[in-house]
Design a protein around this ligand. Structure first.
Ligand SMILES: [Fe+2]
Length: 140
């Protein structure tokens, strides 16, 4: 049986959709800035995951009977405002942590088990990205 999705969950999905869109743009920029082939491989993977997440959020919003928003998060401008790639990557870690935290904080909104599983998967994906980047740059 269909349950009515709350307006709150649609707002939440739209907020993360704009964040993931920003992620794609930021990662695309970083891919062009680095010469490090290992970093290129991992950033490419992150970028594809962010693109996949955009599709997931758009689908969930449409399933709730709404149209996905067109915004891109201001994270893009924050990263562009930094000069060095190291600072950009440090901000990328914070951005990835922010997404995982938002999902943890809003778990009560997911009324379908399948949506809760997708959100949990996106949360874990962002935590893995944080762990990987911290290990790469020896940040504890
Ligand atoms: Fe993301």
């Amino acid at each position: 049986m269909q349950q009515k999705q709350s307006q709150e969950v649609v707002l939440f999905y739209n907020s993360l959709l704009s964040a993931e869109r920003a992620g794609v743009e930021v990662l695309s920029g970083l891919l062009h800035e680095t010469e490090d082939n290992n970093l290129k491989i991992i950033l490419g993977r992150f970028m594809r995951d962010e693109g996949m997440n955009c599709q997931i959020f758009s689908t969930l919003i449409k399933n709730a009977g709404e149209e996905p928003g067109k915004k891109t998060g201001d994270f893009v401008q924050k990263v562009k405002g930094l000069e060095k790639i190291e600072a950009k990557l440090a901000l990328l870690i914070k951005g990835q942590e922010w997404v995982a935290k938002q999902i943890r904080k809003n778990r009560a909104l997911f009324i379908y088990g399948s949506e809760a599983m997708l959100m949990e998967s996106i949360k874990i994906q962002h935590e893995e990205n944080v762990d990987y980047l911290k290990q790469l740059f020896s940040i504890s």
